[in-house]
Design a protein. Sequence first.
Length: 310
Amino acid sequence: MKRIFTAFALLSIAANALAAPPFREDTVMVQKSSGLFGTKIETQIYAPQAEGKFPIVVLNHGHEQMPSAANLLEMFRGQALEFVRRGYVVVVPYRSGYSHSSGSNLTNEPASTAGLGREWASDAIAAIDYARKLPNVDDSRIVVIGQSQGGFTTVAIGSMNVPGVIGIVDFVGAARQRTYEPATEAFATFGKTSTVPALFMYGDNDMYGSAVPANSVPRGYLKAYDDAGGHATLYDYGTYGKDSHVMFHRRDGMPIWEPPVGQFFQSLGLNWDVKYPMYVPYAWSRKKSQAIATGGNEFGNKSDGGGDEQ
């Protein structure tokens, strides 16, 4: 009887271990400013289900039109977990006017300027400052990453000498513009004060701004940034599907971005080996991920959901 009880206890422990989420996930409202017109920034935080102090990765989203802009939760779950697996706390802020954040998202601005970039950056910096207070972070090692408008925001953060930020990765930042001169000037402005290494990643069939030919918009951004004193490397990842602009948003884009990003992390003295293997169903399906998160991250379903539903 004792042996049967012991076996049952072991099975119960194993079952609980399998049911436990392999990572921690929280959604918080970060107070950016106080008073009558104070702004709150909705922020998702993902972390390994382990003890320790982990470097921070920040993921900045791009521009979204309504109605999708009204709820962006789980936009980067699949990408975030690739960093959690490698031992990072991931912070995903939703800028003013997006998702459930208060304020305006400035969607009607004709071009990305340095002033706008730093305004957008201030939302992400508020989330970074919140994350600094968490007990499981190492805020002396922060890498900021962003896609599209979020990439431009990331380059702005790199110019603001935020304590602990040691590198930035810009995926197709400011590729879509009504006019490109203000954005090019902004990259030059950012380059003047940036002191951290930067990786710029653009594709060849971006419907907004291809990395080819040699005088393309992204290469113009790189030249303006580096000529002003910045330290960036352009990685042209070639063609992706029908539009390389969305590569970072797709699961099958991982083999494209993970190697250069991994090399960049290692150049910063950061880990890129998988430390916490995990299997998370529906990680790349936003709607299903939202439902799972709402239910408390119960990962009993062994199907990965297939596809890349956004």
